[in-house]
Write a protein that binds this ligand. Structure first.
Ligand code: GAP
Length: 511
């Protein structure tokens, strides 16, 4: 099945099983805003716990924070967001559709890559085991021609971004013959900058109101609390502050479901270090974060680092962790060496000293910062994309979410084989015993087969069936989602069997 079709099915599946709903759906929806349903919220909470505990529990020098969404408007002036948090936009005059110029060019680069990959795949099929991909890429004329086009475009694009040259971005779009996907025309406006921050007013009367912004990143809440946390927590450099919270961006090109949203959640950690040591820490955090992703077992080959074409105004090094979504490798997390930019700016704009006295050096300085920043929603999409499977069985297909058990919203379903003979009561007893440790679901409707399918579809790793033998010897069958194998176990052992499989400790052991 084509990757696009898989993605469409996955989006439909998320709605059908209570994972993700379009916001305000009964009013025809609100673009790029989504609600998480009864399953979605559990998965999201589990992802957040995985991240939070891996930062705050596993690192004794990382502490948490929960800062407000509304902040003093000068913060966004100091951070550079008022002047520089822009996307380059272009409109197609025929379809009246608006696009991000950089995204149109990135899509063009991806087309060249796709052409090369197709040639390679065809040749690999033709030559079989003896195929040497490296040699093929270095000698095949069609691959070489596309590689040259890719290289030229990539260089022009990087230069245009670095120089903030909007006219050149438009020229590239014209020279590449990029057409509007809706109208098919090349009738483009000029490229112009568009600020992504949402604003609102604070104050009870229009005259007394002041314009404030909805934060476009949670990081600034950490920077402006640096002194509070450092002093009250008696933190010694190097140390980190972690935060999970909502962020808002008026994204112009909102697409790919929850990949790019206007209201989303971030998990950010700012690590404060001695000036000059930031690039070492940057490498350490790159490694730590990649391990965190890979520990979930979605396949190491599905992750890669991507160096930024253009460094943000605050960074001296930056890399993205990319995951292979059904629509290609895309950013899930950014790791940035933000220098002392933010703290210095806040020093200047607030007039307050934001320094650290380093007892080992005997001097004060503005700390440098390495940031790790991951979107909860993108991580959610990564987990769902990696877990969604359609399996051909002997008689039919089953749709199953092979979620890592530790992240699954429901850990076990308990099912009486029939709705009589005391089996429902026995099933309830089991739930009453286990519900303090695991999210359990009781299900007595329909045949056992149908109930298994329902639990497969929401990703429940264990189904426990209570039958007549259970009443006699206190045993049940446990069915494992991924293998569909069943075994008979003592009710008294259920907690241990399930507990081992859904343990965060076990997952943390891989970090
Ligand atoms: N504080 C740095 C920062 O915000 P970013 O690369 O703009 O950096 C970090 O964002 C992460 O936040 C991204 O890697 C992505 O996972 C998530 N993110 C950013 N914009 C998003 C959006 N519109 N919708 C969903 N997630 C988004």
């Amino acid at each position: 099945m084509a990757q696009e079709d898989i993605f469409k099915k996955l989006v439909a599946h998320c709605k059908e099983y209570g994972y993700v709903f379009q916001s305000s759906e009964i009013y025809d929806g609100l673009g790029a805003v989504y609600d998480y349903g009864q399953m979605g919220v559990e998965l999201k909470n589990n992802i957040k716990k995985y991240w939070w505990d891996s930062m705050v529990l596993l690192h004794e020098n990382v502490v948490g924070l929960d800062s407000a969404i509304f902040m003093h408007p000068t913060i966004w002036k100091a951070s550079g967001h008022v002047d520089a948090f822009n996307d380059p936009l272009i409109d197609n005059k025929d379809s009246k559709k608006r696009y991000r110029a950089d995204v149109l060019i990135e899509d063009q680069l991806a087309k060249y890559e796709e052409k090369m990959n197709k040639e390679v795949a065809k040749a690999a099929k033709r030559f079989g085991e003896s195929f040497d991909e490296k040699q093929f890429r270095e000698t095949n004329p069609r691959v070489l021609a596309n590689q040259e086009k890719w290289n030229n475009l990539h260089t022009r694009f990087s230069n245009a971004l670095n120089d903030n040259d909007l006219a050149e971005l438009k020229q590239i779009i014209e020279d590449e013959g990029i057409v509007c996907p809706i109208s098919g025309s090349r009738n483009w406006t000029d490229v112009r900058q568009f600020n992504l921050m949402f604003s609102t007013e604070m104050g009870s009367t229009a005259e007394g109101a002041s314009k404030i912004f909805l934060r476009p990143e949670t990081a600034q809440g950490i920077f402006v609390n640096y002194l509070n946390v450092q002093k009250t927590g008696r933190m010694k450099i190097p140390f980190g502050i972690a935060q999970i919270g909502k962020a808002f961006r008026n994204e112009i090109v909102a697409r790919q479901f929850i990949f790019r949203m206007r209201e989303f959640e971030q998990m950010e950690m700012q690590f404060f270090v001695r000036p000059g040591s930031e690039l070492d820490w940057f490498e350490k955090w790159k490694e730590t974060r990649m391990k965190w992703h890979r520990a979930l077992g979605f396949g190491d080959e599905n992750y890669r680092f991507h160096e930024h074409e253009k460094l943000a105004h605050y960074a001296n090094a930056a890399v993205d962790v990319e995951y292979k979504f059904p629509f290609g490798f895309k950013e899930v997390e950014g790791i940035h060496s933000r220098t002392d930019f933010d703290l210095s700016q806040h020093e200047q704009y607030s007039g307050k000293k934001i320094r650290y006295y380093d007892p080992e050096l005997g001097e004060s300085y503005v700390p440098f910062v390495v940031e790790t920043s991951i979107g909860v929603d993108r991580m959610f999409l990564q987990v769902i994309s990696a877990s969604y499977c359609e399996e051909q069985l002997e008689k039919d297909t089953r749709v199953v979410l092979k979620l890592p058990p530790v992240l699954a919203p429901v850990k076990l379903a308990v099912m009486p084989l029939v709705k009589k003979d005391g089996l429902p009561e026995k099933a309830r007893e089991i739930i009453d015993e286990l519900k303090f440790d695991f999210n359990c679901q009781y299900d007595e409707k329909d045949s056992i087969g149908k109930r298994y399918r329902r639990q497969d579809a929401i990703g429940t790793p264990f189904c426990v069936t209570v039958d007549h033998q259970s009443a006699e010897d206190n045993t049940v069958t446990i069915r494992y989602r991924d293998t569909m194998e069943q075994e008979r176990v003592a009710i008294a052992d259920l907690g241990k069997i399930i507990g081992e499989q859904v343990s965060y400790k076990k997952l943390f052991g891989k970090l």
